[in-house]
Structure formats: structure tokens, C-alpha cells
Design a protein around this ligand. Structure first.
Ligand SMILES: [Zn+2]
Length: 288
């Protein structure tokens, strides 16, 4: 039984032009689903999106934040996972109608995948891909092929009932001029990786899994990185949102509801502001 969930492992092949990642998630996935009352298909989708975002985040070579969002005209209006280079993740989905079938296109309809990368230093980057593939992993492979022009393969597995999510990523390592050799290495390792089974991803730890798949290859595994759920909401951010309203709007709201309560979409924590707490916004002059 795997005891090592909520870790991301990066590895490369000593004698081949290929690198890889494997992520196995349990608690972080469970925390993101939390007490949201999602249909099982949506839990499944968020699990895949979570594993995918962890893998994508680990390909970045700088500190910053990333968000992977699906938006469309299906019963799932949007689903998003946000993460950062510390593998701190949060996510949410909005379900607008009944889910009758469970393919990706049945869930999100005609949709796009928006990948936003926000480095701590430097320009924000946004990549938008039409959701044309049958699966999320196909869409992501397409994204890598167009944005980074690197051959990439992704496998995603989710057990929504047990709240287990896992994923693997392989990418060509463009570290030489021999493109042909790189691609043949990549094909070879893809072939081995494609034999991976869901129960292996869920039940073996990374070391056992990599041995099972690649025991004839020389694999170097880097320091594992912990993955956790972390919501970035705060009282200050809520206050900032309230500040964007007019004084009259705030007055009206307090008049009607006695207080101003804001609930975070991601973690469902409620922030409570009574009249006294909002006094500085209502009476800016009284602030010294
Ligand atoms: Zn929150």
C-alpha cells in the first residue's frame, strides 16, 4: 500500500533524452473537494485537473503561480485549479445543470482551456487552447506541442470515490542536436509508461512505480516535493473586495442583512464583517 501520497517526483533517464514526473494525491485532493457537494463526475474532473496542474507547475523553471481553467457552455460552467511553485493548490468548479453523461465534452460543452502563468518576476503568460481532444490529457499534450514545441505525454487517473488522483508526464529533453535520437528515446519511454495501470498509480509509491515501469533503465530521481491544499483567501482580500463597492451599497447591504458576510468559493470559509468592522470604509474621515 502506498503511504506516500501528496508528493510530486521528478526524474530523468541517465542515458536517454527524456525527463518525467509522477504525482500521487490523496489529502490535497480530498481538501479541495472538501464539503463542496459536487457530482462524482465533477470530482473526477477536478482530480484530473489537479494532477495535471501539479505536473504542469513542476515544468516551470521559475517561482510564481499558475492556473488551469476550463470554461464552456456545458453543465460545468467552469473548473479551475490554481497552484504555485511550492505545489500549494486550490480549486473550484461551478455546476449549472444536471450531468447526464460523463465525457469531458458532455461536462464542459464547447469549451476552452486557459492556462495562465504568473511568474513572480516577469510577464504574465496566457495560453488558450480549444478543448478538442476527448480527454484532458490530450488537450494538455496539444498545449505543450503548440506552446513549448516539446513532445509531451500525460497520463491522468482519478478514483473519485476514494478521492485519489495521480498523473505522469514525459517530455523530450532537448539537450542535444540529435532530434531523431531524442524522439526515439521518447517513444521508447512512452511505450513503457503507457503500460501503467490505475491500481499501480494508486497503490505503489513512486520508487516502486518507477522500478516497475523502467527497471531496465537508469533513472535519476530528484528530491520529492510535497503537494498541499492551501487557500489564499484572507480577511484583507475580502475587505479589499468590499472597498470596491460604493458607501451606499455597503450601507444598503448592512441595512438588509445586519452584516457583510463573504464566503470563499474555494475553501468555503466565511468572513464576517459587522458594522463596526466596516466603519473605516463607511466613515473614511474618522480614520487617523
Ligand atoms: Zn479560501
Amino acid at each position: 500500500m502506498n503511504e506516500n501520497f501528496d508528493v510530486l517526483n521528478r526524474y530523468l533517464f541517465e542515458q536517454l533524452h527524456v525527463r518525467g514526473e509522477v504525482v500521487q494525491l490523496k489529502q490535497s485532493f480530498d481538501d479541495i473537494i472538501g464539503s463542496h457537494d459536487y457530482p462524482v463526475e465533477v470530482t473526477q474532473l477536478l482530480g484530473e485537473l489537479l494532477a495535471a496542474t501539479c505536473l504542469l507547475t513542476a515544468t516551470l523553471k521559475f517561482e510564481g503561480e499558475i492556473s488551469v481553467q476550463l470554461q464552456g457552455d456545458g453543465p460545468v460552467a467552469f473548473a479551475v485549479i490554481n497552484g504555485n511553485h511550492k505545489q500549494q493548490m486550490r480549486g473550484v468548479a461551478q455546476v449549472n445543470g444536471p450531468i447526464l453523461r460523463k465525457s469531458l465534452t458532455d461536462l464542459v460543452g464547447k469549451a476552452t482551456m486557459v492556462i495562465t502563468i504568473m511568474p513572480k518576476q516577469g510577464e504574465k503568460y496566457q495560453g488558450i487552447v480549444a478543448l478538442e481532444g476527448e480527454t484532458l490529457s490530450e488537450c494538455l499534450e496539444h498545449y505543450f506541442a503548440t506552446s513549448e514545441q516539446l513532445a509531451t505525454r500525460i497520463w491522468l487517473s482519478v478514483d473519485a470515490e476514494k478521492r485519489l488522483a495521480a498523473g505522469m508526464l514525459l517530455q523530450v529533453l532537448p539537450d542535444s542536436d540529435d532530434k531523431e535520437q531524442q524522439l526515439s528515446d521518447f517513444e521508447h519511454i512512452s511505450h513503457l509508461t503507457a503500460t501503467v495501470k490505475d491500481e499501480e498509480l494508486f497503490n505503489l509509491d513512486a520508487e516502486q512505480l518507477l522500478h516497475r515501469l523502467y527497471h531496465q533503465e537508469k533513472v535519476r530521481v530528484f528530491e520529492p516535493q510535497a503537494v498541499s491544499f492551501q487557500c489564499s483567501c484572507s480577511e484583507d482580500k475580502c475587505l479589499a473586495a468590499i472597498t470596491s463597492l460604493s458607501r451606499q451599497e455597503i450601507e444598503d447591504h448592512i441595512e438588509e442583512y445586519m452584516s457583510f458576510d463573504m464566503t470563499c468559493d474555494y475553501c468555503q470559509k466565511t468572513y464576517h464583517f459587522d458594522r463596526q468592522k466596516l466603519q473605516p470604509l463607511l466613515n473614511p474621515q474618522s480614520q487617523h
